[in-house]
Design a protein. Structure first.
Length: 459
């Protein structure tokens, strides 16, 4: 990707200008997507991206620059410009490279490049037909496949030289249904860190049924009266609330700036003893998994909360040093255009002892938020507002009528201790997470769980 001689010159130059640490991140990526809307191919896109990022650390100060020009002359000039403010520093030198071997937990079994584009189009048409098979209530169907291959090189002044390849495959299926009270939608969008085998092994019937039935049920739904009430929160993408309202505040990017309600609380109780939360970058073929992070640290399993006690933060090099914790293999970036910061990978609340039926039966009146939609959160305060994609009233311990338009409102660190029951039906769901280092693939997840009280927005 880049000659070792060129990379070493860049790192030597940064070190000679007094940098405590110098790093090169080179990336070559290919992406493609096909979109189908109402039985017609709406778009076919493909693209390539290549570039190099250079980072110099001077104590707690970081300088980052990037270029799509990979010539030695351009990259040395970039490095020189980054070092301009520190010409008076004592010069150092870069260590010789020691090439690290990557253990690939997510090997591709079917090379996407060997599969004709027509196979993808056939897949989308099959999904469209299956969703429409649920009746005339379905007014619109959209489906898309997206694939990306990233080849990266990470080298630094400590002698690290590591190369890694990452293949992403994802599908998105949406259905819009209407019964006279306005359109409602159902969406499914699974993805993996893997090759075309993902598409070949998809359960098309299950995927289509989930999207179609959710849209149809909500199209005929009424509204819930808002207020404080118990909520049973569905598994899988229900974990987006923990991800946004609690996961981001557990990253050292927030902790080191004292912009988190969890700062300084390691070892303290933050939830009931029933709750354990984990961020695991090693899960085979999961959408948010990694072999190594974008600083070259091997992926690992990080227990964030154990039996209600805060145990760890998610860290990158800078955050680990400033907060005083080990590196967790959580440094991530969208591309070479971004410097890495601590980010989540596969983040989930672990299994508990309860059944969904037990949780529903424990509620006299409340909301069953079976599927969650999008929302917003303030990472500094943990305050969130999330839409419920598919919801039902719980009345006298039983699931009653469907309701649309509900929202869940609260603060993550305040809601966490109110989780009193956790199911044994853990599920994970793919998503994209945006932060200061761009958009990265992440997985959210949880079993079904019960929140004793939370503000529900309704009509």
């Amino acid at each position: 990707m880049l000659p070792q001689s060129t990379v070493h010159k860049i790192l030597e130059l940064g070190s000679s200008r007094g940098a405590d640490f110098a790093e090169v991140f080179a990336e070559d990526s290919e992406s493609s997507s096909i979109d189908l809307l109402d039985r017609k191919i709406d778009s076919i896109n493909s693209g390539n991206s290549y570039g190099v990022g250079v980072r110099l650390l001077y104590g707690d100060e970081a300088y980052y620059g990037y270029s799509s020009d990979s010539s030695e002359e351009a990259l040395l000039k970039l490095t020189e410009n980054l070092a301009q403010a520190h010409r008076d520093r004592k010069p150092g030198e870069a260590s010789p490279f020691k090439q690290e071997q990557v253990l690939d937990r997510h090997a591709v079994r079917v090379d996407p490049d060997r599969v004709p584009k027509g196979d993808r189009v056939d897949l989308l048409r099959k999904l469209d037909a299956r969703v429409r098979g649920y009746g005339d209530t379905i007014k619109q169907v959209g489906a898309s496949v997206s694939e990306k291959k990233r080849s990266v090189l990470i080298a630094n002044s400590e002698g690290l030289w590591i190369e890694d390849a990452r293949n992403y495959s994802r599908i998105r299926l949406s259905a819009i249904a209407e019964k006279g009270a306005g359109p409602q939608f159902g969406v499914e969008s699974p993805g993996v860190l893997g090759g075309y085998e993902f598409f070949q092994e998809l359960d098309l019937d299950k995927l289509s049924e989930s999207a179609a039935q959710s849209a149809i049920l909500m199209a005929g739904a009424g509204y819930i009266e808002g207020g404080m009430m118990p909520v049973v929160l569905g598994n899988g993408f229900g974990g987006v609330i923990f991800h946004e309202a609690c996961g981001h505040p557990l990253e050292t990017e927030a902790i080191r700036k004292n912009a988190s309600p969890f700062a300084g609380k390691v070892g303290q109780s933050v939830a009931q003893p029933i709750l354990t939360a984990i961020d695991d970058g090693t899960l085979d073929h999961r959408w948010g998994s990694l072999n190594v992070d974008d600083e070259g640290t091997p992926a690992q399993r990080t227990v964030l909360i154990e039996n209600g006690i805060l145990k760890n933060y998610l860290s990158d090099r800078i955050g680990a040093r400033q907060v005083g914790v080990p590196r967790s293999g959580s440094a991530r970036r969208e591309s070479y255009r971004y410097a890495p910061v601590s980010r989540m990978r596969n983040t989930y609340i672990d299994r508990g002892p309860h059944t969904v039926e037990e949780m529903i039966a424990s509620v006299d009146y409340g909301l069953y938020a079976k599927k969650m939609g999008g929302g917003s959160v303030d990472p500094a305060t943990g305050e969130f507002n999330f839409a419920v994609q598919e919801g039902y009233v719980i009345r006298k311990g039983k699931i009653a009528e469907p309701v649309r338009g509900a929202t869940l409102i609260g603060k993550g660190h305040e809601v966490l201790p109110l989780i009193s029951m956790i199911g044994n039906d853990l599920d994970l769901a793919a998503g994209m997470c945006g932060a200061s280092s761009g958009w990265v693939p992440t997985t959210v997840g949880q079993p079904t769980l019960k929140i004793d009280r939370i503000l529900v927005g309704g009509r």
